[in-house]
Design a protein around this ligand. Structure first.
Ligand code: HAM
Length: 403
């Protein structure tokens, strides 16, 4: 038997209901915030991710579904959504158009990770990207948007925030950090030794306990921010306070992608096990320029839909539509016609065989129909249809032409 690949799931039945309920809710909130839908390809040039997510990241270093296509192009299934949206933004010359451009998207992402609960190789994200707004109010809006989506879905969370500084304050901090790492280099893990040369701040979120212990004495970027970054970070905290969005400042939050500067944030849940990040994002003011566009400030986030599906409180669904069944073989054709007519305006389920009343009522209940409608020999003779309202438990017989 051929099975799906490891870490790649089918989404059906109840899961699909959850999936679409999430997309509907998140899309509604995003449109309230002034965002518009964008769809970008699943396959892009590998260079796009190398230059944006960064060669030093685990995503690009170890996890890409990368191959040569039949035309000899080096391509890659997208491991995340931001790079493709930035590419589209530049390709459509929106960087030259000026103004603010806000997009949301959802769809499959691919990372060749070691699968475990909450960690898939094909997973789905809902994300938003905002271009052209440098004001930290936009960062606050991003965080409040995630918070609104989670609130509407009945999901509790902890919010972690940090500032990663800018091109003024980050380089001197990085030099300081490298000096510190060198002072403990003999004791840190191999990954951190590599990170020291590629992207030193990534050592701060190393999962190795020994490293973490050593880094408690590392210099903190939050204490080295330039005046503008420090003011923005204070403003951000202030807006969140004023809007009752609780947060913790986590000075080790550096995110796994290289493109961030200034605000970085992550939403975590304590109810889904070790893969606890349910959303993450931040500001990436230099990425558009890095991908050959006109320098444009930008900020965004993405939410992991599979992780959220475990946490969503689904609303009670009420009965909907009709079930129409025949009790005699002779009534089947008439039932088919009535089903077809009714489907022009409502959801209708049916059964292609004649059954007794009890079986039909059971089918109607299973289909969560509001009305169970039956045609037997009596109804055939009288040109009527028997209708039971399964919600109110009332029955009536009505003329077929009025049905
Ligand atoms: P990210 O933190 O890599 O950020 O991913 C965002 C979310 O996707 C995570 O918080 C998690 O919920 C989910 N996720 C990531 N990897 C997996 C996986 N293997 N299995 C299941 N869920 C997963 C980004 O992707 C950035 N593009 C976010 C962003 C947008 N930053 C600015 N704009």
């Amino acid at each position: 038997m051929i099975k799906s690949l490891r870490g790649m799931n089918d989404i059906l039945h109840e899961d699909y209901e959850r999936y679409t309920y999430f997309i509907k809710t998140a899309s509604k909130v995003a449109s309230h915030y002034g965002f518009h839908f964008i769809e970008t390809p699943l396959l892009e040039e590998t260079a796009l991710f190398k230059r944006s997510v960064g060669e030093s990241s685990d995503i690009v270093g170890k996890e890409m579904y990368q191959f040569e296509d039949k035309g000899g192009n080096d391509v890659c299934l997208r491991p995340e959504g931001t790079a493709g949206v930035v590419r589209a933004f530049i390709q459509k010359k929106l960087d030259r158009a000026g103004g603010v451009h806000r997009f949301f998207y959802h769809g499959a992402m691919f990372r060749y990770e070691r699968p475990q609960k909450g960690r898939l190789r094909q997973f789905h994200q809902f994300g938003v990207e905002s271009f052209g707004e440098a004001n930290v109010y936009e960062d606050a809006n991003m965080i409040m948007m995630v918070s609104d989506i989670l609130k509407e879905l009945g999901i509790g969370y902890r919010l972690l925030i940090n500032s990663l500084g800018c091109k003024e304050c980050m380089p001197p901090y990085r030099d300081n950090l490298v000096k510190f790492i060198e002072s403990v280099e003999d004791e840190i893990c191999e990954d951190c030794k590599r990170r020291k040369n590629t992207n030193p701040i990534r050592v701060l979120d190393c999962k190795n306990e020994k490293c973490q212990e050593l880094y408690t004495n590392a210099p903190k970027l939050i204490n080295s921010l330039c005046e503008s970054c420090a003011t923005d970070f204070e403003k951000l905290k202030n807006i969140l306070d004023k809007n009752d969005v609780a947060y913790e400042v986590d000075t080790n939050l550096v995110r796994g992608l290289d493109y961030y500067s200034k605000t970085a944030f992550e939403f975590v849940s304590d109810n889904i096990g070790s893969q606890s990040a349910i959303a993450g994002g931040g500001r990436y003011d230099r990425l558009v320029e890095f991908l050959d566009g006109k320098a444009t400030p930008a900020v965004g986030f993405a939410m992991g839909i599979e992780r959220l599906m475990e946490l969503i409180e689904m609303p009670q669904t009420s009965r909907e539509g009709y079930y129409i069944g025949a009790m005699d073989e002779e009534a089947l054709e008439l039932v088919m016609s009535l089903v077809h007519k009714k489907r022009q305006s409502a959801k209708v389920t049916t059964e292609y065989r004649a059954r007794n009343l009890k079986a039909h009522l059971k089918n109607a209940d299973k289909a969560n129909a509001k009305y169970c409608c039956i045609i037997g020999s009596n109804e055939m003779e009288n040109g009527t249809i028997w209708v039971k309202n399964l919600e109110e438990k009332t029955e009536e017989t009505i003329k077929q032409e009025l049905f």
